[in-house]
Design a protein around this ligand. Structure first.
Ligand code: GTP
Length: 440
């Protein structure tokens, strides 16, 4: 029996995803036309021995969330439950907190996935690899990155013969290895004993430090014991910093190397990049989800990979694609051109608009002859293994870095305006054109 746990975080996660995460929890943001974590669920459901999927997070579930969980459970004929932490317990602390529920039914292996990664998850092959190893506690999915970018990720040094992790550093200050952690793991139940020992060791460390500082300041002790989130320091535990580093010393951690596509989704720009790759994966996984220009039938011209929700109404003279997702109840007028963009539910775009490298938020309205355009920050195509850079919003000189254009929910752009490389917060009524600005 196999179980899966997907880490979905909470309200203070996904800040780099604003303003889009203001209106929906980031794990439900659509990539390839469906919520980000639906791809995780589908990948887990391909494991024949899978019995249950647990979504672990610390945000208050709303109606949208509850409906997503119910629909996915029905669609995939699997038990899916949301387990809510009282506070952010860290990537290992949260699974330890729910250990009884995870271990209920005695799973032989547990698939653990970060909710904010997107990939061609080959979980079956990874599980087979895990089972072949000598007393494995944890197998992590690894991929190659270019040297300069590797320091932004968890870096793995492996024994090339045994694939054992020899050394692991999360976001090192200088180069360690170009093999990086993808945030997808297979765990053996033994991991919970190791987490328990680590928590004990951490508590002892905390106590001894507290005794030594007690004479100096008792208030420091209190602030050490309670993290900002409200969980005690010894309850919060990071899989990457506290567990994998330890397993690298004691043994039991292995790396499964993937050559498949993989990316994190930390920013809206990353969602456009991931959208393009998800659509590409549909050629094998869901060919029927890709829109086609129908020969002999009046309909919009479709170029390359495009997802169009069945309820969307698109004028036959519009030209859509490549790399576009159009969600439910969107209306697109005559002569409009859209590429490399995500158009969220209920958006209305009038005639002859041009939408490039942009995300248009729920219920936004674009008047005729308007142009909404962003600048992609795709990985360097000339560098093998280059990953998407999660660029900071502002450059060192204080200017907004050119990036994809994002309109928050219910933004109104009147006719004949241009919005270039800008971020517009929800419910704004624009009165003129904007370039390289954040419109608050
Ligand atoms: P940064 O986002 O750059 O800090 O680094 P990272 O990629 O290492 O991400 P992080 O470890 O913060 O999160 C990885 C995944 O775990 C994301 O999907 C988060 O939403 C989720 N996550 C992180 N911390 C927690 C936690 O305390 N509880 C739960 N349930 N999920 C978490």
């Amino acid at each position: 029996l196999v179980k899966a746990v997907i880490l979905v975080g909470g309200p203070e996660k996904g800040t780099r995803f604003r303003p889009l995460s203001l209106d929906t929890p980031k794990p439900l943001f659509p990539v390839g036309g469906v919520p980000m974590i639906q791809h995780h669920i589908e990948a887990c459901c391909k494991i024949p021995e899978l019995k249950e999927i647990l979504l672990v997070g610390y945000f208050q579930p709303n109606e949208h969330w509850a409906q997503f969980v119910t629909t996915q459970a029905k669609l995939n004929n699997v038990v899916i439950r949301y387990l809510q932490e009282f506070a952010a317990l860290g990537t290992a602390g949260c699974i330890y907190h729910f250990r009884d529920q995870i271990l209920n039914g005695s799973p032989e292996s547990i698939v653990l996935m970060n909710g904010d990664v997107c990939a061609d998850f080959q979980l079956d092959a990874m599980l087979a690899f895990h089972r072949q190893q000598d007393r494995p506690v944890l197998t992590l999915m690894g991929t190659e990155a270019v040297h300069s970018q590797s320091v932004h990720f968890g870096c793995i040094v492996e024994n090339k013969l045994t694939h054992q992790v020899k050394h692991y550093v999360e976001k090192p200050e200088s180069y360690v290895s170009s093999l990086i952690n993808c945030g997808v793991y297979i765990l053996s139940p033994e991991i919970f004993n190791i987490i328990a020992t680590t928590i004990k060791a951490k508590t002892m460390d905390d106590l001894s430090e507290d005794f030594s500082t007690l004479s100096n300041s008792s208030s420091r002790r209190v602030s050490r014991q309670r993290s900002l989130s409200g969980a005690s320091v010894s309850e919060t535990l990071s899989l990457e910093n506290d567990l994998i580093t330890r397993l690298a010393v004691t043994g039991g951690a292995y790396v499964y190397y993937t050559q498949g596509w993989w990316s994190q989704i930390k920013t809206a720009g990353a969602a456009i990049y991931a959208n393009r790759h998800c659509l590409k994966l549909y050629h094998n996984a869901h060919p029927s989800w890709l829109a086609q220009s129908e020969k002999g039938k009046a309909g919009p011209q479709i170029i390359g990979d495009v997802f169009i929700h069945e309820s969307a109404k698109i004028h036959p003279s519009a030209v859509i694609g490549p790399n576009v997702s159009i969600l439910s109840h969107v209306e697109i007028g005559a002569g409009t051109r859209i590429r490399d963009s995500i158009i969220l539910n209920d958006v209305v775009i009038d005639e002859n608009c041009c939408i490039l490298n942009s995300i248009l938020g729920w219920g936004s309205r674009i008047g005729s002859w308007s142009r909404i355009e962003g600048t992609p920050n795709d990985p360097n195509p000339d560098k093998a293994f280059a990953k998407l850079e999660h660029m900071p919003l502002f450059s060192d000189s204080g200017f907004l870095n050119p990036s994809v254009t994002i309109l928050g929910a219910k933004v109104n752009v009147p006719s004949e305006l241009m919005v270039l490389n800008s971020i517009v917060l929800p419910n704004k009524d624009l009165s003129h054109s904007y370039k390289n600005q954040i419109i608050l």
